[in-house]
Design a protein around this ligand. Structure first.
Ligand SMILES: CC(C)(COP(=O)(O)OP(=O)(O)OC[C@H]1O[C@@H](n2cnc3c(N)ncnc32)[C@H](O)[C@@H]1OP(=O)(O)O)[C@@H](O)C(=O)NCCC(=O)NCCS
Length: 311
């Protein structure tokens, strides 16, 4: 019996032009490049653009990489926690900018959103869609108090996208795990029109725990061990969170995609930015098992193992 499933056939990114370095923060806040590097691993981040403009640029780049026209896409899923408007969904603006066919909707699971969107798209392909554009785009600089050193240095703007196409013979999404613990809302949230409020240390501890549990869950479901993972693509919030989770999982950092030194935490965009960077630098080969692992406000988490099969 064959199982209709999906595979990733294209990827693309977009980053705004304005580079904000640690030295820029050092010049106006009580912080230092040394502190930021040691505590987070972030060197610089990008500010600018709108969620829709970045999403459209990343989406177009992903379509080009897949060799598809916008008219060949039959669904657009945009993961974002920073929509440009309260209504309509930002995906409507993106649909108009790119020219995709079929439906479009936003999905918000905070920084875990991209893997949620990828899993939802995989389900929609099983139900009959053929080509789905999945985009993660966020402009966190809009909701970060740039005078609060404990959050300002962490976040940046950007977008990343993948194309998922139907794969008649088998599903390349081997396993997934989506979760939420709503009791953790108070440790990281943003009111309408306000700035993010965060208990950094608590978020750090919970993030490591949920990453490890969720990754173990998808490994077990797929009957794989960490040795079978060729590349870990984690949410890029803090290098120390990734190192702590990887150490517990037995995954070495040289098998891990990292871009946060240049992007900061870009929420929904961070996983496709890291995936694209690895793919563009030939770090992924046909048949590789990729472990995606996200977490975010909510507290949400999301993991999936995808077997790379572009051709
Ligand atoms: C925010 C974070 C970097 C702080 O690092 P930490 O090692 O936990 O630091 P602490 O919170 O213990 O704070 C230590 C001190 O550094 C200070 N500090 C905070 N930000 C600072 C900065 N940018 N520069 C210098 N000092 C800073 C704090 O005020 C605190 O000072 P105090 O001891 O006088 O009160 C870290 O907790 C973190 O990354 N948490 C997760 C955040 C996250 O990823 N959020 C998004 C999830 S999707």
């Amino acid at each position: 019996m064959t199982t209709r499933g999906s595979r990733i056939t294209g990827w693309g990114t977009a980053l705004p032009n304005q580079v904000v370095t640690n030295a820029d923060f050092e010049a106006r806040l009580d912080t230092s490049d040394k502190w930021i590097m040691e505590r987070t691993g972030i060197k610089e981040r990008r500010f600018g653009g709108t969620t829709a403009s970045l999403a459209a640029e990343a989406g177009k780049n992903a379509l080009e990489s897949a060799g598809l026209l916008p008219s060949e896409i039959d669904l657009l899923v945009l993961s974002t926690t920073t929509p440009d408007l309260t209504t309509p969904a930002t995906s409507s603006i993106v649909q108009d900018l790119i020219g995709t066919k079929g439906g479009a909707f936003d999905l918000n699971a905070a920084c875990a959103g991209f893997v949620y969107a990828m899993v939802v798209a995989g389900g929609m392909i099983k139900m009959g869609n053929n080509r789905i554009l999945v985009i993660g785009s966020d402009t966190l600089s809009k909701i970060t108090d740039q005078n609060d050193r404990s959050t300002a240095v962490l976040f940046g703007d950007g977008a990343g996208a993948i194309v998922m196409e139907a794969n008649p013979a088998e599903d390349k999404i081997l396993s997934y795990d989506l979760g939420v613990d709503g009791s953790a809302v108070p440790i990281l949230y943003c009111n309408h029109g306000g700035y993010m409020t965060m208990e950094g240390r608590e978020v750090f501890k919970k993030a490591v725990r949920v990453m490890v549990e969720s990754a173990r869950n998808v490994l077990e479901q797929a009957k794989l061990t960490s040795d079978d993972i060729a590349l870990m693509v984690p949410h890029q919030a803090n290098l120390r969170i990734i190192e702590a989770a990887n150490q517990r999982l037995g995954i070495s950092m040289d098998k891990t995609a990292i871009v946060l030194d240049k992007t900061g935490n870009t929420s929904s965009a961070s996983i496709p930015l890291a995936l694209s960077d690895a793919a563009d630098n030939n770090r992924i080969k046909e048949g590789d098992n990729i472990l995606f692992c996200g977490f975010g406000a909510g507290m949400t988490w999301s993991s999936a193992i995808v077997r790379w099969s572009k051709s």
